[in-house]
Design a protein around this ligand. Structure first.
Ligand SMILES: [Zn+2]
Length: 309
């Protein structure tokens, strides 16, 4: 680590100063998505186990590692009881392709761009972001450009679980015309950490014309294509617009929970994320709602944010 950033000046003066003011996650413009229809949980549940039309594939975009205290609430009684402590935790970046028989291929989250083959030289990332996110530990497995080339007809759109940086690293590999969807309030979330990250987030979103926000009613579920094949499920907490996706695939129902919890242990023990979450209480509620859904339908294959079950 650079000597300057180990000094007390940086941690004792500069950081608290920046904490006095907030900054939006991104300066990108947003608009209400006109796609999809609101439905109730009962309607969703009535069709979950009916075989669906979506060809589903999960891809590992990259291997990485990150602080466990961000990924998991280490103060949760179960984590304390298990003796879990801060460490560098191995994680993976996932991107999912959903091929709809009529609507084309959509991605859930964006994978990783060709530019990350040399993360140190990637002009999209600021020096501070490279350091804070330990981008030197990213090992690219499959880029979004490779993925897009494999899909006949390219990528019709991207459904983001949220706009934290690790979920938007592949967007620069896609054409500007690609529609990108997210939950409400993602771009306008204001917090001190965004002082450091807004420029980088904006550069990673440079190929996105406007973020299209799902319009959730009180049930928090949108039937995206209007044919009950793919559903967006509002799961706020980790970030205000965090969204899980339920996919009725040819191989059964798939639940992509985003970062409702990042790790295998977090899902299996019902423990929410740690310091990376904007609203820990809502994080707990959203995770419990998703756990309840998966317990009611054991046929569902669950995909936590950054580790597989
Ligand atoms: Zn993440």
């Amino acid at each position: 680590m650079n000597k300057f950033f180990r000094t007390s000046t940086f941690f004792n003066i500069l950081i608290p100063l920046l904490l006095l003011t907030g900054c939006n996650a991104s300066s990108i413009s947003t608009k209400a998505s006109s796609d999809g229809q609101n439905i109730s949980m009962a309607e969703l549940e009535s069709i979950i186990n009916v075989p669906g039309p979506i060809k589903f594939e999960k891809h590992v975009a990259a291997n990485w590692s990150i602080n466990l205290s961000g990924l998991l609430n280490l103060e949760h009684p179960l984590a304390v009881k298990a003796g879990l402590q801060e460490k560098d935790e191995p994680i993976q970046l996932y991107v999912y392709s959903l091929s709809h028989p009529d609507r084309g291929t959509y991605l859930v989250d964006s994978g990783i761009s060709e530019r990350f083959n040399s993360p140190d030289e990637n002009p999209d990332l600021s020096f501070l972001v490279k350091m804070a996110m330990k981008t030197d530990k990213i090992q690219v497995i499959k880029t979004t450009q490779q993925l897009a080339k494999q899909s006949a007809g390219g990528v019709s759109g991207v459904f983001l679980t949220h706009i934290h940086m690790d979920h938007i690293l592949g967007l620069t590999d896609l054409p500007k015309s690609t529609p990108v969807y997210t939950g409400p309030g993602e771009g306008s979330l204001s917090s001190a950490e965004h002082m450091f990250t807004q420029g980088t987030t904006d550069r990673l979103l440079a190929n996105v014309q406007q973020l299209r926000e799902w319009q959730f009613d009180q049930n928090g579920i949108v039937d995206i294509f209007g044919d009950k094949s793919v559903f967006a499920i509002h799961s706020p907490g980790h970030s205000p617009g965090s969204t899980a996706y339920l996919v009725r695939s040819t191989e059964g129902p798939q639940l992509l929970i985003g970062d409702a919890t990042h790790t295998r242990w977090g899902w299996e023990h019902g423990v929410e994320p740690g310091t990376f979450s904007a609203d820990p209480e809502k994080s707990v509620e959203s995770l419990q709602r998703l756990i309840q859904l998966s317990e009611s339908f054991p046929e569902i294959t669950v995909h936590p944010g950054h580790q597989s079950l």
